[in-house]
Design a protein around this ligand. Structure first.
Ligand code: AMP
Ligand code: GLY
Length: 412
């Protein structure tokens, strides 16, 4: 079996490590991959949907797995299916649940899915008139894809007006700001649940916790994720029941009613408040860095469960009774301005955890920083503390200029 994995982050490294366990896989290709994936297979430079399609045909690749959202929203699955190529992910229409927050909010509202109250705007002046009558904080979201930056929690009217102007008039995120979603602010803690979809059923994984803020104790700007743990110790059986009844079940019903069938992943970004569990967003892919923490606990062959889902079969996910901690090491300045190109040293001293590269590249025999989230360190243990000690011991060894990481990942 030959597999292509689209993407180049820590998430794709985690998928590669998990698939590597399966001896039936003869070769893995990564577009464009990173220094972890180049050890496990071959990194390639094909990038556009058409280039990837032609590559898969030429190399006779048996299965393609898509990591990031952009190619899904662009329609990579539709294009591959036109050519009878096996690919795991939603078509463009289903990917809109992530690609358009206006569409997904309407989907949630129509299907009685527990979510924050919200209104969608297409006209700038209407949005401005609306926020003038609201209480703060208020959450303002650019509807389209904005690389995870299109959500602003406005603390007052001035901030709300500036944000709406930036999104809708200045178009700082381009067409993502054609529509905005303005919604009530929910306070609580966040949890992530990722499910496999086989076209007619959803199979949720164990929960995970993503540490989104840049600073210790959850302060500072939002990031792509500074670390993760699985399962989330905060997400109790009671929260899970609330999720199943008020989010998972109506989502499945809504998908069927709208005739949205897909074989891929669906990610539920949840906020647990004093009034229960709310859905903030769907992503139609695996989360990063949740995947790095979740996959080491999965007992099934990832290849088998993906193939079963593609054939429309039911799957039975099995999990190790352990805890997993993922610590992300970042470039100085992240998530704002970063400088890259610094050598990552002492990788040979890592003893206790798995290194999964993300924003890094190989140059000769050196590995250099090349992005904000440079690498993930992942370890499992009988307790969070045990897993946590392993990743933090290794983080002390690894050195690159201006690097930093949170000190409180997995600390409960
Ligand atoms: P989203 O892309 O919609 O998940 O939003 C990104 C992040 O913004 C979430 O992970 C939350 O941290 C925050 N957020 C989004 N919606 C809300 C809300 N209604 N109340 C509070 N925080 C929110
Ligand atoms: N960790 C959330 C995401 O991947 O968007």
């Amino acid at each position: 079996m030959k597999i292509l994995i689209v993407g180049s982050g820590g998430r794709e490294s985690a998928i590669a490590v998990k698939l590597k366990e399966d001896k039936r896989i003869s070769k893995m290709f990564f577009a464009k991959g990173n220094p972890t994936t180049s050890q496990l297979g071959q990194n390639v430079y094909e990038d556009s949907v058409e280039e990837l399609r032609d590559f898969v045909i030429k190399e006779r690749i048996d299965l393609t797995i898509v990591g990031p959202e952009a190619p899904l929203v662009e329609g990579i699955v539709d294009e591959f299916k036109k050519h009878n190529l096996k690919i795991f992910g939603p078509r463009k229409k289903a990917a809109l649940l992530e690609g358009s927050k206006a569409f997904s909010k309407k989907f949630m509202q129509t299907n009685n899915i527990k979510t924050a109250k919200a209104v969608v705007f297409e006209a700038y002046q209407n949005a401005i008139d609306y926020v003038r009558l609201q209480k703060f904080p208020l959450v303002i979201k650019a509807s389209g894809l904005a690389g995870g930056k299109g959500v602003v929690i406005a603390e007052n009217l001035a901030e709300a007006e500036t944000t709406i102007h930036q999104f809708m008039i200045e178009r700082i995120y381009g067409d993502a700001g054609i529509q905005v979603v303005i919604e009530e602010y929910l306070s609580g803690f966040e949890a992530s649940i990722i499910a496999f979809a086989n076209g007619s059923e959803l199979f949720p994984c164990i929960s995970a916790k993503d540490y989104k803020k840049a600073g210790n104790g959850d302060v500072g700007p939002n990031t792509g994720g500074m670390g993760s743990v699985a399962p989330s110790p905060e997400f109790t059986a009671e929260h899970y029941k609330d999720f199943e009844d008020n989010i998972l079940a109506p989502t499945l019903k809504g998908l069927q009613a709208a005739d949205i069938r897909f074989k891929g992943f669906i990610f539920f970004g949840l906020m647990v408040t004093a009034n229960g569990t709310y859905l903030l967003e769907y992503n139609m892919r695996l989360g990063d860095p949740e995947t790095q923490a979740i996959l080491p606990l999965l007992e099934n062959s990832l290849y088998d469960i993906i193939m079963d889902c593609l054939e429309g079969k039911s799957i039975d996910l099995k999990w190790k009774d352990e805890k997993s901690v993922c610590l992300v090491m970042c470039s100085g300045g992240y998530p704002r301005n970063i400088e890259t190109g610094f050598e990552i040293k002492n990788l040979d001293k890592v003893e206790h955890s798995q290194v999964l590269f993300g924003g890094a590249r190989r140059m000769g025999d050196k590995i250099l920083t090349a992005g904000g989230r440079v690498l993930s360190l992942v370890a499992t243990g009988a307790t969070y503390e045990e897993a946590r000690e392993k990743v933090y011991k290794d983080a002390l060894s690894i050195q690159f200029d201006y690097g930093f990481y949170r000190k409180d990942i997995g600390k409960f």
